[in-house]
Structures are given as structure tokens and as C-alpha cells.
Design a protein around this ligand. Structure first.
Ligand SMILES: NC(=O)c1ccc[n+]([C@@H]2O[C@H](COP(=O)([O-])OP(=O)(O)OC[C@H]3O[C@@H](n4cnc5c(N)ncnc54)[C@H](OP(=O)(O)O)[C@@H]3O)[C@@H](O)[C@H]2O)c1
Length: 281
């Protein structure tokens, strides 16, 4: 069966490099209107040009957004809603792996902010538009490294920072968010699933020093391969009604035991509301 996404509007965060860019190219090839976030104007322009050249699809747009600022996310959502009435597929792809503790523009530990609080806020702010566009899909790019727990006593690792623990926590948080949101969206024809893209040769290890960066480059699979599961979840009729699940290599897969703990998910939701200032239940 030939899949076409000609009538669909898709928003992808972090499409200026790596997996996000290949996801945008793959979905543009299927005819969708692609909107992507970018924090750097030059990178945004060259990414748009590259997607159009590679796919022949001219319906490519970008809107400025720095995911480490809640104000920037709020401005982005306002701008998105002024330009587009529909949002059929939201792909929360952008992410960082900070090897040293860094604070976001809002002064929050940056991994927690960009990888988790940003998609939490953006999704909630766009939910009215997504619901109006149903059937619709939300895809959260997590990681196979989502192990461990949510460190509620020191969620921003102020006392002692571990880059691995901060990254794992942010990715576990994204899966817990996925499962709780799926419950809240029952009956709306909006699905939400999470993804592990594989070990992929991208810029994710950019601030880890040359050795780690080289390790990613030498042993990782191609970004095109890394985009496959997100593209599958965005486009395949097979998963139209599947929700609250975790996918690896285009297959529904068990995630960690903790990621099924709905009490943890509920507590995290309430902490996230306080951080982001949203009023949803
Ligand atoms: N690569 C892997 O092996 C792997 C494995 C598991 C999961 N993942 C996940 O896959 C996703 C994509 O990562 P990738 O590997 O493709 O890495 P990447 O090449 O470094 O791409 C990350 C994207 O996120 C954007 N981004 C980062 N911080 C941002 C901010 N504050 N505001 C706005 N955009 C921001 C980057 O924008 P700029 O271009 O402006 O920097 C870039 O477009 C991430 O969520 C990552 O955790 C990757």
C-alpha cells in the first residue's frame, strides 16, 4: 500500500540535524506539510533548503524556538497557531546529552528542561489544536537508556551531577509522560507513543569531547536508520489506534519496569505542572 501524508501537517522539534532532519526528509517525501523548530536562523534556512532539494516538497516551514526557555516555547506555540489551524502529528524529537551540568535559560538543569519539560509544555499547549485535528498522533523520542528512576529528592541533580543519570531520567520521564497522556487522551482519537531510535551516529555527543563524539560516529547507525521508527509511527496505518506504547525497530517493545509505574507518572505530572506553570489536571 502506498502511504501518502499529503493532507497532514507535521511538527518536528530539532530537525536541524541528526535523526530529526532525516525524519523531516522521510515525512516530506510522503507529501506532508512539515514545520520544524529551530533556534539558529542560518541552520533553519539551510535545513529548509536541503529538505526541499532532497524531496521536491515545498511545504516546509520553520519557526524559531529555544526549547531551554519556557517563554520561547510559549511564543512558538502562539506563532504556530497563528500560521496553522491543524496539527496531525507532533514529533518531540529534540534532545541533548550534557556531559557537564548546565542550566537552561530559565535556570533549570538543561537535560531535564530540554529533553522532558519542553515536550511536556509544548504538547500541552498544542493539545487543543491536536485534538481538533484528530485522528492525530504524538511521538516522543526517548532512548533505550531510560533506565533508573525519577530522582524526586534532587530532580535537577544539584547535589551531585551525573550526565548518564540526568539523561536516563529525562528519557524515563518522557515514557512516563507518554503513558499518562495516553490515559488522559482515551476516546479522543489522539495517540501518543514513545521511541528508541537505536544507537545513531549524530551530534548528540557533541559536548562530550572528541573521543565520545568519535565513538558515536564510528559505531552508530545512520541518522536515516534512526528516523525509521519515528516515520513508521507517524505514517503507518498499522499503528493508527495503538497508544501509550514504546517502540524499537518499528516494533512494540517492553520498556523498563519503572516506566509502567503509574503512581510515578502521576507524581511526575504534578511536578511538571509546577515547573511549567500549566493548569491541566
Ligand atoms: N543518537 C543516538 O544514538 C540516540 C539514541 C537514543 C535517543 N536519541 C534521541 O534522539 C533525539 C535526536 O537526537 P540526535 O541523535 O539526532 O542528536 P542531534 O543530531 O544532536 O540533534 C538534536 C536536535 O535537537 C536540537 N536541540 C537541542 N537543544 C535545543 C534547544 N535548546 N532548543 C531547540 N532545539 C534544540 C538541536 O538543534 P541545534 O541544531 O540548534 O543544535 C538538533 O536539531 C534526541 O532526543 C536524542 O536524545 C538519540
Amino acid at each position: 500500500m502506498t502511504i501518502t501524508l499529503k493532507s497532514k501537517t507535521i511538527l518536528i522539534t530539532g530537525a536541524t540535524s541528526g535523526i530529526g532532519k532525516e525524519t523531516a526528509i522521510g515525512l516530506a517525501e510522503l507529501g506532508a506539510t512539515i514545520v520544524f523548530t529551530a533556534r539558529d536562523k542560518q541552520k533553519a534556512k539551510s535545513t529548509k533548503k536541503e529538505i526541499i532539494e532532497k524531496t521536491g516538497n515545498k511545504n516546509i516551514d520553520h519557526i524559531e524556538c529555544d526549547l531551554s526557555s519556557f517563554a520561547s516555547i510559549r511564543n512558538f506555540c502562539k506563532e504556530y497557531k497563528s500560521r496553522y489551524k491543524k496539527l496531525h502529528i507532533l514529533i518531540n524529537n529534540a534532545g541533548v546529552w550534557n556531559f557537564k551540568r548546565k542550566q537552561s535559560i530559565d535556570g533549570i538543569e538543561n537535560t531535564f528542561h530540554v529533553n522532558y519539560l519542553a515536550p511536556f509544555l509544548m504538547t500541552n499547549l498544542l493539545l487543543d489544536t491536536i485534538k481538533k485535528s484528530a485522528p492525530a498522533r504524538i511521538i516522543n523520542v526517548s532512548s533505550g537508556l531510560h533506565r533508573g528512576t525519577i530522582n524526586f529528592d534532587d530532580i535537577e541533580f544539584k547535589k551531585s551531577f551525573s550526565s548518564m543519570k540526568a539523561y536516563s531520567q529525562s528519557k524515563l520521564a518522557l515514557i512516563l509522560f507518554t503513558r499518562r497522556l495516553a490515559k488522559k487522551l482515551e476516546g479522543t482519537k489522539v495517540t501518543v507513543n514513545s521511541v528508541h531510535p537505536g544507537f545513531i551516529a549524530t551530534d548528540l555527543g557533541r559536548d562530550a569531547g572528541q573521543i565520545t563524539n568519535k565513538f558515536f560516529r564510528l559505531f552508530g547507525k545512520s541518522p536515516k536508520k534512526g528516523a525509521e521508527t519515528s516515520i513508521y509511527l507517524a505514517s503507518s496505518p498499522e499503528v493508527e489506534t495503538v497508544t501509550g506504547e514504546y517502540f524499537v525497530n518499528k516494533k512494540m517493545t517492553q520498556s523498563s519496569k519503572k516506566s509502567y509505574d503509574m503512581d510515578l507518572a502521576k507524581r511526575l505530572w504534578s511536578v511538571s505542572k509546577k515547573y511549567t506553570g500549566i493548569n491541566k489536571r
